[in-house]
Design a protein around this ligand. Sequence first.
Ligand SMILES: Nc1nc2c(ncn2[C@@H]2O[C@H](COP(=O)(O)OP(=O)(O)OP(=O)(O)O)[C@@H](O)[C@H]2O)c(=O)[nH]1
Length: 300
Amino acid sequence: MPKAVHEKLGLRILHVEDSDDHQLIMRSLLSKTGLSYHLTQCHHRDQVKTQLASNPPFDLVLLDYLLSDGTSESMLGWFTGVPVVMVTVMEDEQIDSKLMQKGAADFVCKSELTPNLLKRVIRHALDRQNILNQLIEESWHDSLTGLYNRRFALREINRLISERNRYGGDFSCAVMDMDELKLINDTYGHQVGDAALKHLALAMSSVQRDDDIAARFGGDEFLVVFPKTNPDEAQKCLLRLTEFLNERPIHVGDKDVFLSVSCGLVASTGEPALELLEKADQLLYRAKGEGRNRISSEAS
Ligand SMILES: Nc1nc2c(ncn2[C@@H]2O[C@H](COP(=O)(O)OP(=O)(O)OP(=O)(O)O)[C@@H](O)[C@H]2O)c(=O)[nH]1
């Protein structure tokens, strides 16, 4: 059975606490939990920033609520994907629930902490984070094909647009639509239609490069984002996809059913995501209108 995170060797814990005495108490409590850990302690925000910039990511943060220069509430956003346990001098239900809503994993009172309680709080925070990470992962994927979904793809496109507009750098993007899926559904049934969509997803995953992002946008519409790629290079990837589909039909009984896609390929010029996708859609309609099974780009 795989070990839970908290049982693995060397849990990397960051403790943010401005008082030397309370740092010492936390060191002592942790040493009695039986956990195996590496502890980094910081007194103030700047030290935390330095740690975050220079260290491998932490597995858990113990964050004192009240620091010498104010509450540490705003720091909750600094530790994406890492559980943060707030440590405080006294209980306060309102602050407790406010911080939990802002993403804190737990809220514990210094005077109540014992090694056993600390161990349990750490274990629960890590388990909770694991479940959260799984949910986040699932919320970014399409359940039929396993590809990324529209939400994730749009997030990535927006990220690439910001990067491009700040630092420069080409990226391309292709909207694609399976040809004649309605006919496949009507002829062979919806299950075969589903199998066709999964086959296309397999083709996309098989030909994509590591950095490319393949997503199902919905229905029979898909999207590939090609970071750091001009349309000529992106076109080569799409041609590999076409080849894959030409060489590998899906089998329905003793029949081979060949799939094809129509694509609209565009290069980002820094416009907002929806404008970029609208341009790609127009080119996709052109590809459909010109007979399907083709790539339409701004240059073609
Ligand atoms: N099996 C299956 N069919 C789906 C799914 N999502 C959408 N469809 C079907 O896909 C078909 C898309 O039809 P159209 O938009 O007319 O496109 P098409 O038949 O592929 O024709 P062209 O795009 O013009 O080549 C519709 O019949 C939808 O019901 C799905 O998840 N599974």
